[in-house]
Write a protein that binds this ligand. Structure first.
Ligand code: CA
Ligand code: CA
Ligand code: CA
Ligand code: CA
Length: 378
């Protein structure tokens, strides 16, 4: 490509070699002269020597006024040499769009006698366009539960060149989660698709960034890139859990009814309704109840409510269960043991067992002699 590489093909013997006979056949000349040039040749480039190919002498060019009557916009004839010249820009994409075969039909005219010759100039494609993506930023969503092999369709790039100079292939950057497949439709169009290779986990990685490249088959190839951002959507794959399987809370025995004691809250790595939604106290025995305080950020903090007077001397330990649930489908839950220890408060005076005691000691007892042993309880 490039330069004046116009080629001319003669399609068999033609009447133009016998100009004197031509008026008899006009306008039935059936075999056109064919040239082939790349698009975008510089103005003034030579397509071919039209005079010579028509069997005209150099003198005939001016004497018989050799000229082109059709496609005057694109071509002209050099009045001295009889060369067919490129007159204006020839953009294959503009003239022929997506047509695989791009030809310009000319009529070459000479006078005395009047002859009209058909000329066809085939315009060959040059790789003067890079592929292009409509959107340079592509946003996709996929559930973390998607199975391996799940496909995500991508919009194809476009390249107005044809054949080998149009889109040839797509690539993505190397990554463990997605590979790229290129589907070829019946119309020959190539469509990129992502295929999931490795199972996703939103709780481990919430989004994946990829670079999609489209390449044409030119030499050298031209390319375009687009950025793909894939958001991993949550599925309810985690149960809410308390920080430990046994929760110990100490409550003083003289605590007022309706006092509240915070319980360590559960956590759930899932989000929204798939996160912590509901707490329930099991076998609270009407001594304890449960309240939930919601923070402005939407976090739920469970609190234990004392609903009856506690007396350590009567019962010093309560063992219950607390349950936490998320709001997902299917719903997930877990429980922890909630152990309440009623702590002692000094609400009893010690009492001697023996009551009143009378002691007799000999007058000569040595210093340090044990006199009596008393027992008190509390
Ligand atoms: Ca082109
Ligand atoms: Ca191209
Ligand atoms: Ca969950
Ligand atoms: Ca999840």
């Amino acid at each position: 490509m490039g330069g004046s590489c116009a080629q001319r093909r003669r399609a068999g013997p033609r009447q133009v070699l016998f100009p004197l006979l031509l008026p008899l056949f006009y306008p039935t000349l059936s075999e056109p002269i064919r040239y082939s040039i790349p698009e975008e040749l510089a103005k003034g480039s030579v397509v071919g020597n039209l005079a010579k190919d028509l069997g005209l002498s150099v003198l005939d060019v001016s004497a018989r006024k050799l000229r082109v009557s059709a496609e005057k916009l694109h071509f002209s004839v050099d009045a001295e040499s009889g060369d067919l010249l490129v007159k204006n820009r020839i953009d294959r994409e503009q003239i022929c769009k997506e047509r695989r075969r791009c030809e310009l039909q000319l009529e070459a005219v000479v006078e005395n006698p009047l002859n009209i010759f058909h000329v066809i100039v085939v315009i060959e494609d040059v790789n003067d366009h890079a592929p292009q993506f409509d959107k340079k930023e592509i946003h996709l969503e996929i559930f973390e539960s998607a199975s391996a092999g799940t496909r995500l369709s991508l919009d194809p790039a476009t390249d107005p060149d044809i054949n080998i100079n149009s889109i040839k292939d797509y690539k993505i950057n190397s990554n463990p989660y997605f590979s790229l497949m290129v589907r070829v439709n019946s119309d020959g169009g190539k469509y990129p698709e992502l295929s999931l290779e490795k199972l996703l986990d939103r709780e481990e990685q919430r989004s994946h960034s990829l670079i999609l490249t489209a390449l044409d088959g030119g030499d050298p190839p031209r390319s375009a890139t687009a950025h793909i951002e894939i958001s991993v959507k949550d599925t309810n794959d985690n149960a809410p859990m308390f920080p430990s399987p046994v929760i110990n809370i100490s409550i003083p025995e003289n605590t007022l009814i309706n006092s509240r004691f915070p319980i360590p809250s559960a956590t759930d790595p899932d989000t929204g309704f798939n996160g912590v939604q509901h707490y329930e106290l099991l076998n609270g025995q009407s001594v304890f109840g449960l309240d939930i305080v919601e923070t402005p950020e939407g976090e739920k903090w469970p609190q234990l409510i004392v609903q009856q007077n506690l007396d350590r001397e009567q019962k010093d330990t309560y063992v219950m269960k607390i349950k936490v649930e998320d709001g997902g489908t299917p719903q997930k839950s877990s429980t922890a043991i909630l152990q309440v220890t009623v702590s002692d408060v000094n609400d009893n005076r010690p009492v001697f067992k023996e009551g009143q005691v009378e002691v007799h000691i000999p007058e000569n007892a040595p210093v340090g002699t044990s006199v009596i042993q008393l027992h008190a309880t509390d």
